[in-house]
Write a protein that binds this ligand. Structure first.
Ligand code: PAF
Length: 269
């Protein structure tokens, strides 16, 4: 199909399945903006640094299809591994600079190379006008933006706010692996972000991070990182170093690793 000739705009929502309201909000945005909305479901092996995490990634294709139908998604791309990575497929290495080695990158070796590989491949197969991503994966959004620039891919990127459960827990496919007690404990991640946001004016940078750290540990989480950065994920020396501050957390409970982030302040506040 020559979509330019036919003047069709295509919105694309890449996913790894186990769909939830966060994905649906991206589908809805795409439906508002475009004539055609495509969603892909592919649990991409190249972005998992931990084989166990890959093995345990939730797969719920039947209910995903129902969810996509109910959301009015036009096309589901559900490829086999060989379709995405055909025999002889040569991996590209992306020059992502420091961005791939900080935060998530420092705990998940090669993760962002794998994300870039699959997203570029998917964008080759699905020539979209707008790619829809969720702010929950803040660093991933920045990495994918950089990859599309590096590879001169002609699609714009729209980033949508994180969708949360009633108690604040960011929606994530991994939440389905939490037991009842872990699920209850997991709201602490949101509470720690809110704590940092609400105390920006009366605590130091170190106090905010240390206290948030303690909150998570007391709830049974092992913390990978708690950081406060500028909007480009650059480090800040103090809370006045940048007009926009972002709080980012990654923490694990019983081998289930959750991440979340929040804009703590910005120029309009
Ligand atoms: O965020 C995800 O679900 C994945 O990293 C993505 C963007 C679909 C690539 O596999």
């Amino acid at each position: 199909m020559d979509k330019k000739k036919e003047n069709i705009s295509i919105g694309f929502v890449p996913t790894m399945g186990a769909l939830h309201q966060g994905h649906i909000s991206l589908i809805s945005k795409s439906k508002t903006d475009n004539l055609l909305t495509v969603c892909s479901i592919f649990v991409n092996p190249t972005q998992f640094n931990n084989p166990d995490d890959f093995k345990k990634y939730p797969i719920t294709i039947e209910s995903d299809i129902e969810i996509l139908e109910a959301a009015g998604c036009d096309i589901l791309f559900l490829p086999q591994r060989e379709e995405v990575y055909p025999p002889g497929f040569i991996k590209t290495h992306y020059e992502l600079g420091g961005l791939e080695n900080i935060l998530e990158g420092s705990y998940r070796q090669g993760h962002f190379q794998g994300v870039c590989l699959v997203v570029e491949r998917l964008l080759n197969i699905i020539p979209c006008d707008i790619l829809y991503l969720g702010q929950k994966d803040y660093q991933q959004c920045m990495i994918i933006e950089k990859m599309t620039q590096l590879r001169n891919i002609n699609c714009s990127i729209k980033i949508s706010p994180t969708i949360r459960e009633k108690d604040g827990l960011a929606m994530s496919s991994r939440n389905s692996r939490l037991s009842n007690s872990e699920r209850t404990a997991a709201t602490i991640i949101y509470q720690a972000l809110i704590y940092m946001k609400s105390n920006l004016k009366n605590k130091s940078l170190d106090d905010l991070k240390n206290n948030a750290y303690q909150m998570l540990e007391e709830s049974g989480f092992e913390v990978d990182y708690i950081d406060i950065t500028d909007q480009h994920l650059g480090s800040v020396e103090n809370l006045n170093s940048s007009n926009t501050l972002v709080g980012l957390i990654a923490a694990t409970i019983n081998s289930i690793r959750l991440i979340d982030n929040m804009i703590l302040t910005n120029i309009d506040e």
